[in-house]
Ligand binder design. Sequence first.
Ligand SMILES: C[S@@+](CC[C@H](N)C(=O)[O-])C[C@H]1O[C@@H](n2cnc3c(N)ncnc32)[C@H](O)[C@@H]1O
Length: 277
Amino acid sequence: MSPGEGRTVTTGRVPESWYGSDTSKAHPARVYDYWLGGKDHFAADRVVAERAAVNAPEVTMACRENRAFLGRAARMLAEDGARQFLDIGTGFPTMGNSDEAVHSVDPEARVVCVDNDPVVLAHSRALLSRRGSGSTTVLAGDLREPERILDDPALHAVIDFSRPVVVLMVAVLHFLRDEDDPAGVIARFHDAMAPGSHLIVSHATYDYNIKVLNNSRVWNDATSPFIPRSRTQIAELLAGFELLDPGLVDVAHWRPDGNRPLPPMHLNIYGAVARKA
Ligand SMILES: C[S@@+](CC[C@H](N)C(=O)[O-])C[C@H]1O[C@@H](n2cnc3c(N)ncnc32)[C@H](O)[C@@H]1O
């Protein structure tokens, strides 16, 4: 198969039966899917998505630019030779996800997708089995429990932690409360990663739109909290890593490819690629 062939992912709608009764609360993956223009969302998800957009009208553009950032960063590292990727908080496998970006460079590169949403997991597994993708593995895991992810034998069957790995935590850390110790979680992965490994990260902020803080209340009844942070707080989470140029910046400004105009406003989501020396 030539690079990228057969890899373009366009999801069909998730069968409603997969959700059981679990449609009354908004889920991050489905709210994000709504903002990305997908089909896998329900009334509760749309209520949160639309209320959040009142406070932060830039959110739709932010989600699209976040996905584009994820793709640019993952492709860049794959083009630089990375062949092992661990994507935590992977979301629905819609267009431009990590699996698609990495396999456009090398279809044999190993990608492990971890999420704590059972419907995301079921959807991803069904899609991958339809595509016959042998180099992508889907695992259940919660970022708040790094040991359980890192001790999972199914992870070690695919990823060799004695060699460099790319860990992605893209648009997921703002679903961790301070009590969940996001800095400690990242430090635990840092410890497990071989020198020369990378972390791709993005995180919502309120730095340029204070009303984004009000969206924590909007997410109150959802399955996850929403905790935007300042640039200083996000930078502190990355202690121990070296940031590649241009550092921690608006995702649209992280090595833009020049094929799309830069958004006219700040998107309230920072992105960075960090390296373990
Ligand atoms: C906004 S989506 C981001 C998807 C993808 N990373 C991207 O940026 O395009 C957030 C994803 O993180 C997952 N998630 C939220 N909290 C999580 C946690 N504690 N552990 C693992 N996954 C989590 C959600 O289920 C959802 O699929």
